[in-house]
Design a binder for this molecule. Sequence first.
Ligand code: NAP
Length: 543
Amino acid sequence: MSTLLCVPIMAEDAAAALADAQHAKNLGADLVEFRVDHLFSGEGDEQGASACEQLVRESPLPCILTCRPTFEGGDYDGDDAARIALYERLGTLDRPPRYIDVEHAVYTRSANLRQKVHLAIDHPGRRREHASSLILSTHDFKARPANLFSLIHSMRECEAASVLKYAWTARSLRDNIEALDLLRERDRPTIALAMGEAGLMSRVLAPKFGGFLTFASLRDESATAPGQPTITDLLNLYRLRAINTHTSLYGVIGWPVAHSKSPLIHNAGFEALDHNAVYLPMPIPPEWEHFKATLLALLDATWLGFRGASVTIPHKEHLLRLARSDTSRRWIIEDRPRRAGAANTITIEPDGAVRITNTDIDGVIAPLTKAAGGALNGRIAAVLGAGGAARAAALGLLDSGAHVTLFNRSLEKAQHLARELSDSAPDRSITAAPWDQRPGRAPHIIINATPLGMSGGPDPDASPLDDHHLAALDPAAIIMDTVYTPANTPLLRTARKHGLTTLDGIHMFIAQAAAQFQAWTARPAPIALFERILHETEPPQST
Ligand code: NAP
């Protein structure tokens, strides 16, 4: 049976909840969960109970009826007997709720409540062809329950439960591996979800491992649990319906990654090429220990189908360090990351070897070569900055035969980088110069590899070059900005005013992503599609 897509609806009043259920159906949901924590207040609330009856009777989709108590993360603070009596009453309807959800903690607490739950799912007065089934659930909003194994054992002992549901807040991507493993080991229909931003993988990959259902919110603000994706994202961005046993897993590893645009383009690319894969944000906290433990866990769980990843700030150096130090598997370190001191791409080879490369270099060189109308050999290039992006730019330029000068705020760092790169390419020309001498004498190419002009950066309104710098340049000079949020930076705006050729950071972003896509699929990336998607969020700004 394929994994059901369920939209939870926090019911405030019956009419609005039913309208939401219809909306969920229109968007492609299979099931709705009516959360009636607010609608029903407890014993004697006849109005609330009638509203619940109306929900069940008029629901446009099969429904789960849940009245979640405060002690299990819900909002219902009445007594348990009253809400179980509500389930029992709904169980007598001609068409009772398809499922009722009862917490394991409550079910095991009292024989009396247990008996009432059994009446709710198997009521003597009910017509037999329609019956509610029991979802027995457990939730931990802090972390993975310390007693998870005994909990699993105890829940499996409950024969009356048709579906077992485990949900806990993921503190790391590794929680997904455990949740998905629970699905693989299931003894009956099972829901296993890691909540929170780190838990997205467990929600998206539920169909790969036979999960009974996965939840999606109707709107961003209507999520009933942290990290719940919207139904639109689950169906359109992550293509839930296309996920099956054979789907491969890719993602972007970084911190933070929630706003990365990589999932937009790679998922669309996989769809366009009919490549059976999904690409997810994979947040890993900045420390080396987190990176090492999490990446090794993803690689060790070979059943997961993890085939590759983009690696971004702050883990590019960590990736090279891990490849150099881990002896538990075979790593293939390409020449570029070795020389750049950083890697941004992981590809798992068919034999399990892990290949790492650096496509940031392609990101700079591919669009520059195109804009320059051919080879970069012999061109004079000024690189502003001496961090990771500057390093990739300088290395690519040197390998293409250009003469490079690095200008950096801290001269010492630029000198150090220049020395390091000239050691790795002794026949090439690279020097360092003070920041206030930028952009040097008659450069053909200038690359901004500082975060100046980046929204959320140290100075979003600043440009690394002033009007007078740009006015004095050869009109054929090319100005490239690595900053891509926004694409239209103050530097590029002024350069365009002077009629110079400009390349925005989206060009670099697309070119580095295209090289990754090709490494994973062995097919050229659909670059026009990538451009269209990225420029839909921001208009193109190159000349
Ligand atoms: P990084 O390693 O932190 O290096 C930042 C560099 O910028 C350093 O050389 C630093 O100088 C300099 N800098 C920082 N603030 C400055 C200021 N206020 N004035 C002058 N110089 C300043 O960062 P990175 O990874 O290289 O990233 C740099 C930029 O490239 C970011 O905007 C990033 O978004 C962009 N990028 C884009 C892509 C893409 O695909 N388009 C890919 C990678 C990076 P000091 O050494 O003196 O501190």
